[in-house]
Design a protein around this ligand. Structure first.
Ligand code: NAD
Length: 436
């Protein structure tokens, strides 16, 4: 099948590459000329495990193409995926301007039947809005389908090639047939394709992300309570997670959720609710708890240094919002760094792949280290903000040699308590006793 993907960000590039890998001819369109030039010459602009290899293979096989010319791509394709940004507007609502602008362009450009597939995360009723915009521009027949994306950054290729399910919202039999054909390689291997109406499909995405945000936040509150009463959240987590009604995933406490999806999707669902005179109480609580959780270790750092961290050097391990990605959108590291700097501390940070993205945002207000150990040189404390695998089993002797004080504030509960204890470190983590 010939397919156009509009938007070559995390979702568009991975979806396009996956569909090419499944044998389709895929035309990826972006307005960012520099990005398209890079993609054409084989440069993957994001860090995503295993993407580059698959991307290069499909370029070589001439199944994956990049252009800034939407019309050229549309003319070649029967199916058009929208993988466009839907960032939060001032009031928290999803900004649909990117999606509706491209809908308008599509309306002006199509000359024969197309299926327009919306992969962006959008509020209930967006498929109707997209339809309206296109209808205002053309009499050519078309269908609009909702096909939310569930991939996780850091596992995007794995998730795209082996989805747990495919959700398709459509009221057109013709479009459903096209979607069944595209996803036939998955359904053949037992992946369920769940058909529903457009609105239910749009809400499925928000409901899924919001549920996971609530689950993480619930566990963070349990962790905070553990500290109050002397329980150990790691044990509670294991005890809870082995019940398969609960499951053991998304039960790890830490310094809050971030990233490009959970914060914005929770906000957008709260705002959609408000617009429909519906109060999402549980989501409002989740947002508030998460905002406090992201910076929960700051007061602990201050307490350790007697209330004043001015002039202290804090090493930060991890800048990405989670491991295995270079995405720093809404990363907890950034909230903490901002406060540390405001309070007069010096920050020296190390991340496996996210340094350049942080530099673009905050420049040289902090120092950047080339390795996790370089970051510790003369540091008064270490703050762990991202659970990168390379932080899991560090050389504590080397750490002790480099640091001024043997002090760790761990926002990701990286170590069993006995490890820092045996190595003589002060160790403050989340929901567990402090090792003094
Ligand atoms: P992104 O910001 O990484 O990429 C969006 C791309 O669209 C950019 O390359 C941008 O240049 C391009 N673009 C903007 N306007 C354009 C236009 N008029 N024509 C062509 N290209 C244009 O965004 P993303 O993270 O890939 O997210 C896209 C959507 O998918 C969002 O709605 C998001 O909520 C949703 N989503 C994201 C993830 C994720 O993990 N990132 C997962 C599931 C769903």
């Amino acid at each position: 099948m010939n397919i156009t993907i509009v938007g070559t960000g995390y979702v568009g590039l991975v979806t396009g590459t996956t569909l090419a890998e499944l044998g389709n001819s895929v035309y990826c369109v972006d307005i960012d000329e520099k990005k398209v030039e890079g993609l054409k010459s084989g440069i993957v602009p994001i860090y995503e495990p295993n993407l580059e290899e698959m991307f290069l293979r499909n370029i070589q096989a001439q199944r994956l193409f990049f252009t800034t010319n939407l019309k050229e791509a549309l003319d070649k394709s029967e199916v058009i995926y929208l993988a466009l940004p839907t960032p939060p507007g001032e009031d928290g609502s999803a900004d649909l301007s990117y999606v509706l602008k491209v809908a308008n362009d599509i309306g002006e450009m199509i000359t024969e039947y197309k299926v327009i597939v919306n992969k962006s995360t959008v509020p209930v009723g967006t498929a109707d809005k997209v339809k309206e915009v296109i209808l205002s521009k053309t009499h050519i027949p078309f269908d609009v389908v909702s096909n939310p994306e569930f991939l996780r950054e850091g596992f995007a290729v794995e998730d795209s090639m082996n989805p747990a399910r495919v959700v398709v919202g459509s009221s057109s039999d013709k479009a459903k047939e096209v979607m069944s054909k595209i996803y036939q390689p998955f359904t053949n291997t037992g992946v369920p394709i769940i058909f529903m109406d457009e609105k239910s499909s749009e809400l499925t995405k928000y409901a899924s992300n919001s549920f996971l945000a609530v689950k993480i936040t619930f566990m963070n509150e349990i962790a905070n309570y553990c500290e109050k009463v002397g329980a150990d959240v790691d044990k509670v987590r294991l005890g809870m997670g082995s019940d398969d009604r609960i499951g053991n995933r998304f039960l790890f406490p830490g310094i809050g959720y971030g990233g490009s999806c959970f914060p914005k999707d929770v906000k957008a669902l709260i705002k959609s609710g408000k617009d429909d005179k519906f109060h999402f109480q549980i989501l409002e609580a989740t947002e508030n708890v998460n905002a406090a959780q992201k910076i929960i270790l700051i007061s602990e750092i201050e307490k350790y240094f007697g209330g004043n961290i001015k002039g202290k050097t804090i090493a930060v391990w991890g800048l990405a919002f989670k491991a295995n990605t270079d995405d720093i959108r809404e990363a907890s590291s950034l909230d903490n760094i901002k406060i540390l700097l405001e309070k007069g501390a010096n920050v020296i940070a190390y991340d496996v792949v996210a340094e350049n993205n942080v530099k673009k945002l905050i420049g040289n207000t902090i120092q950047y280290a080339k390795s996790m150990y370089e970051a510790l040189e003369n540091a008064d404390a270490l703050f762990i903000a991202t659970e990168w695998p390379e932080f899991k089993n560090p050389n504590f002797d080397l750490m002790a040699k480099k640091m001024n004080n043997k002090v760790i504030f761990d926002g990701r509960n990286m170590y069993p308590l006995e490890i820092p204890e045996q190595n003589g470190f002060f160790y403050k983590s989340i929901g567990r006793k402090t090792i003094l």
